[in-house]
Write a protein that binds this ligand. Structure first.
Ligand SMILES: C[S@@+](CC[C@H](N)C(=O)[O-])C[C@H]1O[C@@H](n2cnc3c(N)ncnc32)[C@H](O)[C@@H]1O
Length: 283
């Protein structure tokens, strides 16, 4: 279990996840009350795209670099994401906790959880060096288990919250643990916005798992996906998605305006699909 996000930073999956994260933050910020953002699998915060890891994988070159080279004017959510990236040193890519910290207001609160101590310490440093509107006491890094935080830190005292769950999907029992943790989170905080990132591979198995999570709640569930290759039953990564429980008002229409652009500019095959589907449409 030695997942290192430095190989993947700025790839097509990060692009989708981070555009959606900023759109969720913006939708939550329409209300004046502050909210809690829990980033359960935070990573180290800032990635050097000139480092050997990123250069060897070439994933950022096929992701954020292609998006930056696009000729058509971007939809609003992509334009905002590109502005957020431009606030970081050239040649570096910010991860979810840095983007979140910069998107939040002084009345909001961030808890970023990372299991690997060295990575968590790098994140704490990166957050300290990032200019944000959050007072330091409202911007915390914790070294520990992010799935456990769905029990220990919910419901938040703000009674409004966005939970980003971005696991590495390395362990055989990880899907089971994620589904259980989301169930625990919903038990404590049924109105929370839960955004679960997932890789698209083994489509039939994936669909069963997503449907199982959706059926475990009567709350609204939205799937937002972008693929770079057509679906296939095998184990190759063809795209990624977010399962969003309790999506905030108008998040779906923002993503509907955004997904065709991401898809057009990131796909490797003209048949690669994007998707926006309600799994619990009537609730
Ligand atoms: C996909 S990366 C996170 C990327 C980050 N969310 C971003 O978008 O920039 C997953 C991270 O989760 C960490 N991790 C793995 N299991 C964890 C757990 N149970 N709790 C917290 N962090 C965990 C890994 O060390 C890795 O840094």
């Amino acid at each position: 279990m030695n997942y290192d996000h430095a190989f993947h930073a700025g790839n097509h999956a990060d692009v989708l996840k981070h555009v959606a994260l900023l759109a969720l933050i913006q939708a939550m910020s329409r209300k004046p009350q502050g909210f809690f953002l829990l980033d359960t699998h935070a990573g180290s915060g800032l990635y050097d795209l000139s480092a050997d890891t990123a250069q060897r994988s070439g994933e950022a070159a096929a992701g954020i670099s292609r998006l930056r080279a696009a000729h058509q004017p971007p939809p609003a959510a992509v334009a905002e994401y590109l502005v957020a990236l431009a606030r970081h040193p050239a040649g570096h890519y910010p991860g979810s906790p840095l983007l979140a910290a910069q998107g939040l207001r002084p009345i909001d609160r961030l808890l970023a959880v990372e299991r690997v101590p060295k990575v968590g310490r790098a994140l704490a440093r990166a957050l300290t060096q990032t200019a944000t509107a959050l007072p330091p006491r409202r911007c915390q890094t914790r070294i520990g288990d992010g799935l456990a935080a769905l029990k220990s830190d919910l419901p938040p005292f703000e009674r409004r919250g966005l939970i980003l769950i971005d696991p590495p999907y390395e362990a055989a029992d990880e899907r089971e643990a994620i589904a259980t943790a989301i169930g625990e989170g919903l038990k404590r905080f049924a109105t929370g916005v839960f955004a679960l990132w997932y890789p698209i591979k083994q489509r039939p198995v994936l669909n069963r798992w997503l449907n199982r999570i959706a059926k475990s709640t009567d709350r609204p569930v939205l799937l937002v996906e972008n693929s770079v290759l057509p679906d296939e039953p095998g184990n190759r990564l063809t795209g990624s998605g977010l399962l969003v429980i309790n999506p905030p008002w108008q998040f779906d229409s923002v993503m509907k305006d955004t997904l065709p652009y991401l898809n057009h500019n990131l796909r490797l095959d003209d048949q690669a699909p994007w998707r926006l589907d309600w799994l619990n449409p009537t609730s």
